[in-house]
Design a protein around this ligand. Structure first.
Ligand code: GDP
Length: 193
């Protein structure tokens, strides 16, 4: 039996066409923590510099299975550095069903910044938004300055999903997006970009 969870497998196993739920997901966090790299790893299973122009309204889509008869079609928005201009941020997270707030485990300052993004989302994005906290760059754990416990206990205190990831090695990247998708209430669709 195949362990593959591709949408095709889901469809053929249940014998019916799975229902697709479309959700908008945004990535937030300090510059250079690896937001673009996480999206590239997840959507294309690649790690590169992602230097293409993603200025303005850029998102990628990727389907993930939710269960035997449902698929999430994620519209994943990478802010492409524009999150530095505070006033533009609400444009990204408005109408988002979920947000991934990323920090770099080797940069304690980026963890502080992640906390302020979480606070802003809690205040401004509506209580229904599902938030995941991602401590990225675990392949550089010899340079770690934020412990796993710091990240997980902060996430737990606020009811956030928490993963430590590496866009470079791929560790936990699939899990991050797929667990997030499963936590989104299906009533959160459709994605309104
Ligand atoms: P963004 O500004 O948050 O979108 O960050 P980028 O995705 O552009 O990544 C910033 C830099 O960190 C780039 O040089 C990436 O190659 C590097 N980077 C991103 N993720 C990882 C990771 O998991 N491990 C390592 N070692 N480097 C990473």
């Amino acid at each position: 039996m195949s362990s593959s969870q591709s949408p095709e497998t889901v469809a053929s196993r249940s014998g019916a066409k799975p229902k697709t739920f479309t959700f908008k997901v945004v990535l937030l966090g300090e510059s250079a923590v690896g937001k673009s790299s996480l999206v590239t790893r997840f959507a294309r299973n690649q790690f590169d510099q992602y230097k293409e122009s993603t200025i303005g309204a850029a998102f990628v889509t990727k389907e993930v299975p939710l269960d035997s008869n449902a698929i999430a079609n994620l519209h994943i928005w990478d802010t492409a550095g524009q999150e530095r201009y505070k006033s533009l941020a609400p444009m990204y997270y408005r109408n988002a069903a979920a947000a991934i707030v990323v920090y770099d485990i080797t940069q304690a300052e980026s963890f502080g910044k992640a906390k302020s993004w979480v606070q802003e989302l809690k205040r401004q994005a509506g209580s229904a938004i599902v938030i995941a906290l991602a401590g990225n760059k675990t392949d550089l754990s010899n340079r770690r300055t934020v412990s796993r416990e710091e990240g997980s206990s902060y996430a737990e205190s606020l009811g956030l999903l928490f993963f430590e990831t590496s866009a470079q090695s791929g560790e936990n990247v699939e899990e991050l997006f797929s667990e997030l998708a499963k936590k989104i209430p299906r009533s959160a669709e459709p994605a309104r970009n």
